[in-house]
Design a protein around this ligand. Structure first.
Ligand SMILES: [Fe+2]
Ligand SMILES: [Fe+2]
Length: 218
């Protein structure tokens, strides 16, 4: 399959699964005790992991365009971390003893860290994970509005989301350029599928164990 047809197919397959993931994130009533602050603290962990992963991948990526895309993403995710931290402080949260890495690598980070090669990584880490972020951030922004927190909703809609969309598009560009053989396309598809599966498992586990839903992505 030529890369254009492959990326269009992967996009369509992802869309169907992303819709399910988004629907599950906003399913049912959110527990009354669930707060914007609690979800923002989970977002800090996601942003840190996304930044760290991009740095890790950048170091052993050979293709210059992919390397620079990862460098930009690393900086963007770090910037998101600071914006969210700023917002939490404005909401009165004391983060002086907060360690976003206290629980170790999330299952999603563990999965992504295991991927080798630009095609697999672009498919999973950028094209898919960033699409997940866009869907979940949208659900989260709506939750913020329902809670009367227009400022956090606007931070996500106007500042964070354009970056996440850009990261997703970077993944698309890299796939169009490098997913040129059946073998690479099969690897890309498998890495993308697994990313969505892990994201769904983590999301459902958080709902069952902690009553967490509507959480943002990275
Ligand atoms: Fe991102
Ligand atoms: Fe981010």
């Amino acid at each position: 399959m030529d890369p254009e047809a492959f990326v269009a197919q992967l996009d369509a397959e992802n869309r169907a699964l992303l819709e399910k993931l988004g629907a599950k994130s906003q399913a049912g009533e959110a527990p009354g005790s669930l707060s914007v602050k609690q979800l923002l603290k989970l977002a800090l962990r996601n942003e840190l992991e996304a930044s760290e992963l991009a740095a890790l991948w950048m170091a052993d990526t050979k293709e210059l365009d992919a390397k620079l895309a990862l460098a930009r993403q690393c900086g963007d995710e770090a910037k998101h971390y600071r914006w969210i931290e700023e917002r939490l402080r404005a909401l009165g949260e004391d983060l002086s003893s907060f360690d976003p890495a206290a629980q170790g690598d999330s299952p999603l980070l563990k999965h992504l860290k295991g991927l080798k090669g630009t095609v697999e990584r672009a498919a999973a880490g950028q094209f898919t994970r960033e699409a997940i972020a866009v869907v979940r951030n949208d659900v989260f922004a709506r939750f913020c509005e329902e809670k009367g927190d227009a400022e956090t909703a606007s931070l996500y809609r106007d500042k964070i989301q354009p970056d996440e969309q850009h990261h997703h598009e970077l993944g698309r560009k890299l796939l169009l350029r490098y997913a040129t053989s059946d073998e690479l396309q099969a690897k890309a598809r498998a890495a993308a599928r697994r990313t969505l599966e892990v994201a769904e498992e983590v999301q459902e586990m958080a709902r069952m164990k902690m009553g967490v839903c509507r959480a943002p992505g990275c």
